[in-house]
Write a protein that binds this ligand. Structure first.
Ligand code: FAD
Length: 465
């Protein structure tokens, strides 16, 4: 950072696991974070899926600097091998982390960032750009909008609030907006807090990823006590094979079991699967919705669950100079490593500040949002991102460029476990340049199981869209 701005705080957008980890690393570097969180509490996006179990165990879900901060308060790390629910990640990790004094005193909740720019400079102005402070415009609620002046910005705002549309070609289906009241959130708690909206209804789940799989299994549980519940499942691809995953051979047993169960439910006819179903139109009627496919088939439903994936909200970054991959909308150098059209890999080599940099100096997109439209993000990857970014902002370029490989041995993306990019074949730290040579070098690995971190959408298969 420039000496002219170095006395200013560093804005972190979003108090999800990666935003809070970024704050912890900045504090360790002697820097001063200010965290803006749109929701009422830390982990507000995860609140929406608190009923869903993570597929990576605790030891990969906590950040080292955050743990160091927490341990000062007597906090104890949850059992490393246990798989937490989203709610447990919040209650046992994010909430206590947000309550530590150094974080709590810097965290603004109900504070939605609506724009980021350089103070006094729009995107077209180059003069002194790199040494000019950033302005972060924040909606603090109740009509209060304030501009905050900061030295650097780390955007860890995730992608939860911008789901992909139900229609094909990246656009909303005709009538999708009007059908809003019939479309649920992407991962509803169908057996818990959202039960009312699903019990005894015709439910259409759209999508071919982890969220769809989870929702379908939960709907089946609901149907056991509410037998008039009808479960429909529409996928764009020609089959759901890849959602079923590796079954017993899957490197992550919990995920393998989920896929096997789903397959059995479809084969038994409990879940009515419609393949090759690209949605063109949604007609809202008094009695429900008619969902029409491009080829003219129709499905009637009371409620639609959109498990279609997410995309980053780039609107707030409109005045910044970004370098984004044209397909994936991740930082340019990262994009090809995670493009789901070519990678069914669960993860990519660890990477840091260098790979995540934009022409806009001292601005970084990290966490889920850094993967743009690719669905394979892992918390462990995000924690390494923010360690490196904090080091870079502190001027420790050696630490920033030395990225550490510490990822789960899932073998999720390769039949040849030894060649899988998920497997830390070499656990010695590597330079970012070495790592950016790419994971999953040719030949393309065969897919086993859900890609790690695949929350939604495109499971690494070529689907018409
Ligand atoms: C169902 C599901 C299961 C998953 N399971 C795993 C798993 O097992 N292992 C794994 O490693 N990963 C998993 N992931 C992927 C990923 O790790 C999570 O999505 C994780 O929450 C990403 O963390 P994040 O901090 O980048 O983003 P988020 O958790 O989405 O946090 C972003 C925060 O930013 C806030 N925000 C958004 N916009 C603004 C704004 N404009 N201004 C201010 N604040 C804003 C949000 O309210 C939110 O609190 C899973 C994802 C999902 C959806």
């Amino acid at each position: 950072m420039d000496t002219a701005t170095s006395a200013l705080p560093i804005a972190v957008i979003g108090a999800g696991p990666v935003g809070l980890a970024a704050a912890a690393h900045l504090l360790e570097q002697g820097l001063d974070p200010v965290i803006f969180e749109a929701g009422p509490t830390a982990g507000s996006a995860i609140e929406h899926w608190r009923h869903t179990r993570l597929f990576s165990p605790w030891r990969f879900n906590t950040d080292a600097a955050a743990v160091r901060l927490l341990e000062q308060t007597g906090w104890e790390h949850p059992r490393p091998t246990a798989l937490p629910y989203g709610g447990e990640l919040i209650d046992n990790y994010l909430t206590p982390l947000a309550a530590t004094e150094p974080i709590a005193s810097r965290l603004h909740t109900n504070a939605r960032v609506i724009a980021v720019t350089r103070q006094g400079l729009d995107k077209t102005h180059s003069k002194n750009r790199d040494t000019t402070a950033f302005t972060v415009r924040v909606d603090h609620g109740n009509g209060e909008i304030r501009d905050h002046t900061v030295a650097a910005v780390i955007d860890a705002s995730g992608t939860w609030s911008t789901r992909n549309p139900l229609g094909t070609s990246g656009l909303s289906a005709i009538g999708e907006e009007q059908a809003g009241a019939r479309i649920s959130s992407p991962l509803p708690d169908v057996t818990g807090r959202d039960r009312e909206a699903f019990a005894g209804r015709r439910v259409l789940v759209v999508g071919a990823g982890h969220s769809a799989a989870n929702t379908l299994i939960n709907l089946n549980d609901l149907a056991k006590t509410e037998p008039t519940t009808r479960i429909l499942w529409a996928v764009r691809g020609a089959s759901a094979e890849k959602v079923y995953g590796g079954g017993d051979a899957d490197g992550l047993p919990a995920r393998g079991q989920l896929g096997s169960r789903l397959r059995r439910l479809v084969e038994a006819g409990t879940i009515e699967l419609h393949t090759g179903y690209g949605i063109s139109t949604i007609k809202t009627l008094n009695t429900g919705v008619t969902v029409e496919a491009v080829d003219g088939r129709t499905l009637e439903a009371d409620v639609i669950v959109p498990c279609t994936g997410f995309r980053p909200d780039l609107d707030i970054l409109r005045e910044l100079r970004l370098n984004l991959d044209p397909a994936v909308e991740a930082p340019t150098e990262l994009g090809p490593l995670i493009d789901p059209e070519f990678h069914s890999c669960g993860t990519v080599p660890p990477h840091g500040a260098k790979l995540l940099a934009h022409p806009e100096k001292d601005f970084y997109i990290v966490g889920m949002k850094s993967y743009g439209r690719a669905p394979t993000f892992l918390l462990a990857t995000g924690y390494e991102q923010v360690r490196s970014v904090a080091a870079a902002l502190a001027g420790d370029h050696e630490a920033a460029d030395t990225v550490h490989l510490d990822l789960p041995e899932t073998g999720v993306c390769s039949a040849d476990i030894g060649a899988s990019c998920d497997v830390p074949a070499n656990t010695t730290p590597a330079t970012e340049e070495q790592e950016s040579q790419g994971c999953c070098s040719a030949p393309e690995p065969a897919f086993v199981g859900f890609p790690t971190g695949l929350a939604h959408g495109r499971p690494g298969q070529n689907q018409p869209n």
